[in-house]
Design a protein around this ligand. Structure first.
Ligand SMILES: [Ca+2]
Ligand SMILES: [Ca+2]
Ligand SMILES: [Ca+2]
Ligand SMILES: [Ca+2]
Length: 623
């Protein structure tokens, strides 16, 4: 869905230059030429902004992407302030300004990716299936101020309509399927299944197992539209579920054990997929030899390219990369991709590889335990690539892999506790245009000298090699356990770069958390909520639309507010999704961020088996 402008500039000065028709006189041509010359003349300095088109490509269920193309502003001082409201509401709410993304290109990739001069950013945590108005106010001290109001509708949670036809079927009976049907699968072995037919947006075809007893060797939805897989079991020594070249398909509440879990890894990948509440188990162990890109590891849990994909509340364990976008020539329109609420353990290379994000990929509120790299952006293609409120415990390399000249990473409110260097990125290739705010990181003794072929760092609190000149760091809290406090950003001392940066002590910030040394064997997730009264409490910078619902006097540094319920990660209770959650929030009178997920987590977590055993109940190495 694209932006629909409902108003243009306040001053009405913006004009559209029309192409002259053959009937126009020469005088018109000359006048036009002069007008265009006059318009471009003041831009010889090119510090003023000339506003171009606004678009809102690929709304997801809960987030909107905004791109505003511009010309000029060579001095990069224009700002686009963002307000939003549901259509029909009176009050505007504040969001973060868009990120200023100058035109650029990737370095050393195949092919070279180029992006235009623009402002780009997201509005977060919206309600599904709802029209929002967004007011954008562009301000440039050099000239070119302008205001636009645009609107877009978020996507609904995909589900079969209430009047769908329900039909039972057993093995060998799946060839017949019609749009609008729910096919309830009898327990049994279904072998390899290739879905034969498309559904429609209003009449999807749903293949559902109510008890998980329908077991497949593989499922291909390749080329399909609006086919939903719900509650199926897939065990494969190759790819369990193929989503290549699909649109609007769903994989929900499936149990998958495979080398490749859910895959759309060749252009054009999947478009507007919804991959939620699955359990996906792979063959890679938590072992030093398995770690790193060249480690003895195998498989990808969810490996996907394409736009508008939502990957939420899955439990993924035992892979090279647990959740991964595609790289280089296999990266196709990786925009508006949401990855949130996932519970990840054992990513022997990356927990979440958000590489080659074109713009507005959003990696939010995931829990990563026992990973080599936590979050990868290798590289971001101009950005923004958002990493917000992720919790990383027991990493053996870095929390942030901003390699291959990554551009435009926005890193807010993440919490890291790991061996070696805490807030770390080791790269000889500068990353640039990154924004760091409100992150909490603890490092410590490295333990092993090497993990795979790599060092975890010697135990610095912060060690961000090679940030480019346009990076912006502040309000981060860093510390170490049992190593001398040292922290640096590039060649500078941490506190020279971060005037509001903070040194913290592990035992002062956390309660009943064991420092993950040794890093092997794998560990249970830790509760990394800060201790009430800790130095990080209420010490974060206010960021509209990011930390509005704080507790106490202000937002806390790190992924959590002290005293908040622990969020829920991984598959949600059966009845709960992005829409029903809102109904519960309203019923219980909670604020959206004090969500029912948090409330439920406390009860529900008690009732389920421990994390690691529930992750991999019966894995046997593949032959
Ligand atoms: Ca300017
Ligand atoms: Ca990967
Ligand atoms: Ca990787
Ligand atoms: Ca607070």
């Amino acid at each position: 869905m694209q932006a629909r402008p409902v108003a243009t500039s306040k001053d009405g000065l913006r004009k559209r230059v029309m192409a002259p028709t053959s009937t126009k006189s020469l005088a018109v041509h000359v006048t036009l030429a002069l007008a265009m010359l006059a318009a471009s003349w003041p831009l010889s300095a090119q510090n003023a902004t000339v506003a171009g088109e606004v678009s809102l490509p690929y709304p997801t269920l809960t987030n909107l992407s905004i791109e505003w193309k511009i010309e000029g502003d060579d001095n990069l001082n224009s700002v686009v302030y963002v307000q939003y409201r549901k259509a029909g509401e009176q009050q505007w709410r504040q969001a973060m300004p868009l990120r200023r993304v100058p035109a650029g290109e990737s370095r050393g990739t195949t092919p070279i990716f180029r992006w235009e001069n623009k402002h780009s950013g997201s509005v977060f945590d919206l309600q599904p299936n709802t029209v929002y108005e967004i007011r954008l106010r562009l301000v440039d001290p050099d000239g070119g101020d302008e205001e636009r109001i645009v609107q877009a509708r978020t996507r609904p949670v995909p589900r079969a309509p209430a009047d769908a036809t329900v039909r039972r079927a057993g093995p060998g009976q799946l060839d017949q399927a019609h749009p609008g049907e729910i096919i309830l699968l009898e327990p049994g072995e279904y072998g390899q299944f290739v879905a034969p037919r498309d559904g429609t947006p209003d009449r999807p075809i749903v293949y559902r197992s109510e008890d998980g007893g329908a077991v497949f060797e593989s499922i291909s939805l390749s080329g399909r539209k609006y086919v939903y897989l719900e509650g199926l079991t897939v065990r494969s020594e190759g790819t369990a579920i193929n989503l290549n070249n699909t649109e609007g398909c769903v994989v929900r509440r499936c149990r998958i054990r495979a080398v490749y879990g859910i895959r759309a890894s060749s252009p054009p990948g999947a478009r507007n997929a919804y991959i939620a509440d699955n359990v996906i188990e792979g063959p890679t162990p938590w072992a030093s030899a398995a770690m790193g890109a060249n480690g003895d590891n195998a498989g990808e849990g969810i490996q996907i390219t394409g736009p508008g994909n939502v990957i939420a509340y899955n439990r993924v364990s035992g892979y090279r990369d647990a959740i991964s976008l595609m790289e280089d020539s296999r990266a196709y329109e990786q925009v508006s991709v949401d990855i949130y609420g996932n519970d990840i353990s054992v990513g022997a290379d990356d927990g979440i590889e958000a590489d080659f994000c074109f713009h507005n990929c959003r990696i939010l509120r995931n829990r990563l335990t026992n990973c080599f790299t936590g979050l990868s952006s290798q590289p971001g293609l101009g950005g923004p690539t958002y990493f917000i409120r992720n919790v990383m415990y027991n990493l053996t390399y870095v929390p942030f892999k901003l390699h291959r000249f990554s551009q435009g990473d926005v890193i807010l409110h993440n919490t890291t506790v790991k061996v070696g260097d805490g807030m770390a990125c080791f790269s000889s290739e500068p990353f640039d245009y990154a924004l760091f705010r409100n992150n909490l990181s603890i490092g410590g003794p490295p333990g092993e000298q090497r993990y795979g072929n790599y060092s975890a760092g010697t135990g610095l609190a912060a060690n961000m090699s090679n940030p480019g000149p346009h990076c912006d760091f502040d309000y981060d809290a860093v510390g170490t356990l049992a190593t001398p406090f040292r922290a640096r950003i590039g060649r500078l001392d941490f506190f020279q770069v971060e005037p509001h940066g903070m040194k913290v002590e592990f035992e002062e910030v956390f309660e009943n958390v064991e420092f993950p040394l040794p890093a092997l064997p794998e560990r249970e997730p830790a509760d990394l909520r800060p201790r009430p009264g800790s130095a990080v409490v209420d010490a974060a910078l206010r960021l509209p639309n990011i930390n509005d619902d704080f507790l106490g006097e202000g937002p806390d540094i790190g992924a959590y507010e002290a005293g908040q319920p622990l969020p829920h990660y991984g598959p949600r209770p059966e009845w709960l999704d992005e829409e029903t959650q809102l109904q519960e929030v309203a019923r219980l009178g909670l604020t959206p961020r004090q969500s029912v997920l948090s409330r439920l987590a406390a009860n529900w977590l008690l009732q389920r088996p421990p994390f690691v055993s529930s992750c991999r109940p019966s894995w046997r190495p593949l032959q």
